[in-house]
Ligand binder design. Structure first.
Ligand code: ADP
Ligand code: GN1
Ligand code: MG
Length: 374
């Protein structure tokens, strides 16, 4: 984990004051930028009473989530559903859901005069996240965590969830946005940019595979997480088991294949999506097997024949989609994802495209893993 949202003294005192609104009148001792999310600004708040628990404070990125109140509404719907489900049929191990904390005025968010939208969440005790997977045991746990999320929401009707981010994971929509930015011609050319443009030209058809399967009824709409990359899964520091899936802003109606693909593309890239060595990026099929073993231990009961048939496509499509999103953001001037330098999104897109190539070159191995594991 790194800390990408640095802040100055003035901002610090303002954030301390906001943290205090969620602290149930206890004194705030410190706030620190936390985690390595690309969208929201996240802080860990510690309190002066040594026995009091730290909590998470987040400034929601309202350029991305235009209706943050709907995000909070979905979080409550999700949390209530999972709490009831676990009460009625308990899991055989620890599983936590972040709780939304209230302000001293009883609201589940705080809006500043300038329109910033803040919320607080309980810190999942004794937990940590990892940007890159370190072992086969760990990836099995990542798979288990996503399987548990899908298992616990398999009876949460997706219509009960609001659409918090229109067009999210509809790959053809990203393609349209890319073409619009391209048409402006308002960006610098370089050998890397030309490589990416050619890469996208060669794979246009990829954008339609999952959406066509949805349109023809092969893949149904379900409740999806939307963003189950590995650092959105928390591990217990002692037992090393996964204990929670966080970053619930994009829980909504969609294809679980985008989740399966996202979990695989982020978990099976040992170099990590932030590497500078993009030419060395590889999709590791042993890790893929581990994730799928963990996932299917929870998901086997509700997956259909069609679901299995589209797993390979899911990982290829979502990896391509993310590369396309990074590339579009680079060409548009870095307006969506947090970046640390101007070429950051271009580099990220090269990493994802290299991963797509590696996935494609191992198609038969990946399909055999899927076939053997069922
Ligand atoms: P973003 O949408 O920017 O990715 P996240 O909600 O994923 O924001 O939070 C960023 C990071 O903060 C996570 O990867 C995780 O390390 C940490 N984090 C967020 N919520 C919690 C929580 N409730 N308990 C513990 N850690 C958390
Ligand atoms: C963003 O918020 P974070 O960092 O967990 C993005 C995902 C991307 C991911 C790539 C709402 O996730 O879709 O896959 O970056 N989230 C949103 O790292 O766009
Ligand atoms: Mg996140």
């Amino acid at each position: 984990m790194d800390q990408n949202n640095q802040f100055d003294k003035f901002e610090r005192s303002q954030i301390m004051a906001i943290a205090h609104k969620f602290s149930a009148k206890r004194q705030v001792a410190d706030i620190q930028p936390f985690g390595s999310g690309n969208i929201n600004d996240t802080y860990l708040v510690s309190l002066q009473e040594s026995s009091a628990k730290s909590f998470i404070l987040q400034r929601i990125n309202t350029k991305v989530f235009r209706e943050p109140k709907l995000v909070m509404q979905n979080m409550q719907t999700y949390a209530n559903h999972v709490r009831d489900r676990i009460k009625n049929s308990p899991l055989d191990r620890r599983w936590d859901v972040p709780q939304v904390l209230q302000t001293d005025q009883g609201q589940d968010y705080w809006q500043t005069e300038s329109g910033e939208f803040w919320r607080s969440l309980s810190f999942i005790a004794d937990s940590q996240s990892f940007d890159v997977m370190e072992s086969i045991e760990q990836v099995r746990e990542v798979g288990y965590a996503l399987g548990t999320f899908h298992h616990l929401t398999s009876d949460l009707a997706p219509e009960r969830l609001a659409d918090t981010l229109e067009g999210f994971h509809i790959t053809p929509c990203y393609f349209r946005q890319y073409e619009e930015v391209l048409a402006t011609g308002n960006f610098n050319r370089s050998p890397e940019v030309d490589y990416c443009l050619q890469f996208v030209r060669d794979r246009k058809g990829l954008a339609y595979i999952l959406e066509d399967a949805k349109a023809t009824g092969k893949l149904p709409l379900r409740t999806m997480h939307g963003d189950p990359k590995v650092n959105n899964i928390l591990f217990d520091r002692q037992t090393k088991l996964s204990v929670s899936v966080i970053d619930l802003d994009t829980v909504k109606s969609g294809l679980v294949h985008y989740d399966i693909g996202d979990c695989l593309r982020s978990g099976c890239n040992p170099a990590g999506e932030e590497t500078n060595q993009w030419e060395d990026v590889q999709f590791d099929t042993e890790l893929c097997q581990g994730i799928l073993q963990g996932y299917l231990s929870m998901a086997q009961s509700f997956l259909t024949e069609h679901d299995y048939a589209y797993i390979y496509d899911a990982v290829r499509v979502i990896t391509f989609e993310l590369g396309l999103r990074f590339l579009t953001d680079y060409l548009a001037g870095n307006i969506y994802f947090h970046v640390k330098h101007p070429e950051h999104n271009l580099l990220r897109s090269l990493v994802q495209f290299r991963l797509v190539k590696s996935i494609e070159s191992q198609q038969s191995v990946i399909n055999k893993i899927i076939k053997d594991i069922r």
